[in-house]
Design a protein. Structure first.
Length: 239
């Protein structure tokens, strides 16, 4: 038994599945993001629990779109993702505008909080997308009052191809499950998405608002120009 080797093989297999089956949908979402970006729009990201890692991956980091904004950066949200009403309270101050894009990350796609975030965003006229595991969500019941799951309420679904229970390995007797893939798969999706958005914007002669490392010559100056452009909508960027 070589769990490390198996995990690497499963990781590569998952990335290949994303490339094969999700690329066209990623292009669709990228087109929406590019259009919104050219109109001065913001990309809104939501996740709770470990899904919040993807919202941090695209916020204020080198190589990503500066107009990416987490709906929340509260790490405690994961404790409340099964509680009805939390989504309504969270989204009471949501400043998304019609035509902008909201990406909701939830591996199970079954809990009330991410579903409510998606529903409220959609009601405000945003284009909504989900990053979720269809293998997992198809094997569980919804905890939302509507009985629906995340993939049923959004405009576009991106499948991480992560396995049910988010574990790709098990001990010989099957009693221990480990080797989660949803974060790795989600990161692959969000950076494929960024790459496609950049291609679209460059083809339209629109400078992509990509942040660069402030630890390289000219990095700080470059980023401050982008901060100036987006600080009214994302004041947290200012430093």
């Amino acid at each position: 038994m070589d769990s490390m080797k198996q995990f690497v093989e499963n990781s590569i297999k998952t990335i290949n599945l994303i490339s094969e089956f999700e690329s066209e949908k990623i292009k669709q979402l990228a087109a929406k993001i590019a259009e919104s970006t050219m109109n001065g729009g913001i990309i809104h990201w939501f996740g709770s629990g470990h899904s919040m890692l993807l919202t941090k991956e695209v916020y204020s980091r080198a190589g990503t779109l500066t107009n990416s904004k987490p709906v929340s950066q509260d790490n405690y949200l994961g404790k409340f993702e099964r509680v009805d009403g939390v989504g309504d309270a969270l989204m009471a101050t949501f400043d998304g505008l019609p035509g902008e894009v909201l990406v909701v990350v939830s591996s199970s796609g079954a809990n009330p909080l991410p579903i409510d975030v998606a529903l409220i965003g959609k009601s405000k006229g945003l284009y909504t997308a989900a990053i979720t595991s269809m293998d997992h969500t198809n094997q569980v019941k919804s905890n939302h009052k509507s009985g629906k799951k995340l993939f049923e309420v959004v405009d576009l679904v991106l499948d991480t191809h992560a396995p049910f229970g988010d574990a790709c390995l098990s001990s010989p007797d099957g009693s221990i499950k480990y080797g989660p893939l949803s974060t790795l798969a989600g990161v692959e999706i969000v950076h494929m998405l960024t790459a496609e958005v950049v291609d679209i914007l460059l083809a339209k002669n629109y400078p992509p608002p990509i942040r660069i490392s402030r630890n390289i010559p000219g990095g700080m100056e470059h980023n401050l120009k982008l901060v100036e452009e987006y600080k009214k909508r994302i004041p947290e960027l200012a430093y």
